[in-house]
Write a protein that binds this ligand. Structure first.
Ligand code: URA
Length: 240
């Protein structure tokens, strides 16, 4: 592998940034300073260090993305902007979204390069929890909380699994609205919207705030991403 590629992929920086480090003499391979970005290295055997600190090549790539409304959860689309249009990572071409959020849904989306892990996280067998915050047209009631706890008929063979609905705020008035938090452990198509529809209510704003016990990082504005920490990547694996 080329040294500049290795450095970019290990650090999450661009190759042009990496070239500056090389030029400044901050990179060593097996203890000897190396200046040429095109130098070939073996990521399994060679010891590469930046400013004296050894870098380790990880085959796993995982990103946390704050999806904005108005982009499609896909790797490509002929008409619309996709989530990939927001990602500027040296291994961007390797990652794909874990599951999908609707065009108008915001919030936490993981992008990873591990198909098996993604499959397990989305499998109905593993009940990976997903928490959403939403605005609902209408007054969400204790009866809705009870109904969600028992499972809701959304027109499939079986009711949904029990879901935890929390009423955060109800703004009463002529056209009441409610703020809620909902945790579901499955991922049926448009599930949150369909669950409220089944109760005669409409979701007017939807944001995923956590998945697999990992909360959306508050520092990320819509459209921003960061790499998952080693602990977060481990938690994803543990969730399924
Ligand atoms: N449920 C929905 O209805 N939409 C989403 O985007 C995610 C969950």
């Amino acid at each position: 592998m080329r040294l500049d590629k290795f450095l970019a992929e290990c650090s999450g920086n661009t190759r042009s940034e990496v070239k500056k480090w090389l030029k400044a003499g901050g990179v060593t391979v097996n203890g000897a300073p190396v200046l040429k970005p095109e130098t070939k290295i073996d990521p399994e055997k060679d010891v590469v260090a930046l400013q004296g600190k050894q870098l380790f090549y990880s085959s796993f790539v995982g990103l946390m993305f704050h999806k904005p409304a108005g982009c499609v959860t896909a790797t490509q689309d002929r008409c619309q902007k996709t989530v990939m249009d927001y990602i500027d990572h040296p291994r961007k071409k390797d990652v794909f979204p874990v599951g999908r959020l609707d065009l108008d849904t915001e919030g936490l989306l993981f992008l990873i390069n591990d198909g098996d892990l993604s499959h397990r996280m989305l499998s109905p067998r593993h009940h990976v929890p997903k928490t959403y915050e939403a605005q609902i047209a209408g007054e969400v009631t204790k009866e809705d909380v009870q109904a969600f706890e028992e499972g809701v008929d959304i027109g499939e063979k079986k009711k949904t699994l029990p879901a935890q609905l929390e009423i955060l705020e109800v703004n009463a008035g002529e056209t009441p609205t409610s703020q809620i938090r909902l945790t579901i452990c499955e991922g049926k198509f448009h599930q949150v919207k369909r669950m409220f529809e089944a109760r005669g209510k409409k979701v007017t704003y939807l944001k995923r705030v956590s998945m697999a016990g990992i909360a959306l990082d508050e520092v990320l504005k819509p459209g921003e991403w960061r790499e998952l920490t080693a602990e977060e990547a481990e938690r994803l694996r543990e969730s399924c």
